[in-house]
Design a protein around this ligand. Sequence first.
Ligand SMILES: Cc1cc2nc3c(=O)[nH]c(=O)nc-3n(C[C@H](O)[C@H](O)[C@H](O)COP(=O)(O)OP(=O)(O)OC[C@H]3O[C@@H](n4cnc5c(N)ncnc54)[C@H](O)[C@@H]3O)c2cc1C
Ligand code: FES
Length: 259
Amino acid sequence: MKYNKLFDSIVIDNKPVGKNLYLMKIQTPDGIISNPGQFLSFLVPDKTFRRPISILNNHSGVIELLYKIKGDGTKYFSTLKSGESINFTGVHGNSFKVGKRNLLIGAGVGMAPVYYMYSMLKEQNIPALLACGFREEGEIPVCFKSEFDFISTDDGSYSNKGSIVNYVENLINNFKPDNICVCGPVIVMKLISEIAQRHNIFCQVSMEKMMACSIGACRGCVIKIKDNGVIKNSAVCKEGTVYDSRVVFYDLVEGGEDA
Ligand SMILES: Cc1cc2nc3c(=O)[nH]c(=O)nc-3n(C[C@H](O)[C@H](O)[C@H](O)COP(=O)(O)OP(=O)(O)OC[C@H]3O[C@@H](n4cnc5c(N)ncnc54)[C@H](O)[C@@H]3O)c2cc1C
Ligand code: FES
């Protein structure tokens, strides 16, 4: 469901869950429906552009968001207290397609959309495995630590050592997915897309680009994709953020989230 509407909501809870990492819960206005991969764009006072944040979960009248403090906008989010109001536009973007056996891979805050997919699939009893990579233990959101099926940290401070990319072959061989969903830094999505192609497995990537309007009007978030052999421009906010991993020209993508 896409709305591209303005909403006012109320903050229910907003607390630190890791290094520069916050979990915010807000009321779901008008019972809006969303799907994994979709995002909302939040107003920051005195800033022209809204800040896009993926939906981490949306159930029982509560939308959950996981965000990392990066600059003024996300710092402002971290100051919001329970009961305060927050304004956003949404629901933006498309969503992940569901397979029979779903391998869900997140890196850093890129875990948000794949976690949403994971919780939805679990509710529907559809096989899913959640594997996430972080730079270090401090960047793993404490409240979700026990929910991951597989964790890696670049520095080895928690669980398996090294990039999550190094473990994808093993995860494929053991879990035998027919669908892989990935969100994280561009290089992670590129490498996992290549592995998925070698194994002939359908793979979807959730792209992140600097955004201004979030509704397909300004063309500021355009990336190059292959469409039936033709190269064309695609607005990530409207035609994405989720793409078949084979259509994206990863080497031409700039300004994506570095997770
Ligand atoms: C579709 C989408 C989903 C996202 N989901 C999440 C999430 O779930 N959790 C999370 O922590 N972060 C997420 N991000 C990244 C988040 O939007 C940026 O970190 C945030 O906009 C930075 O704003 P700032 O004011 O704190 O930082 P600043 O660096 O001060 O921002 C300056 C400007 O750059 C833009 N900008 C900076 N980085 C990004 C970026 N990576 N993507 C888009 N615009 C950017 C801002 O909108 C702003 O206009 C997402 C980005 C996109 C595009
Ligand atoms: S942000 Fe304006 S077209 Fe995507």
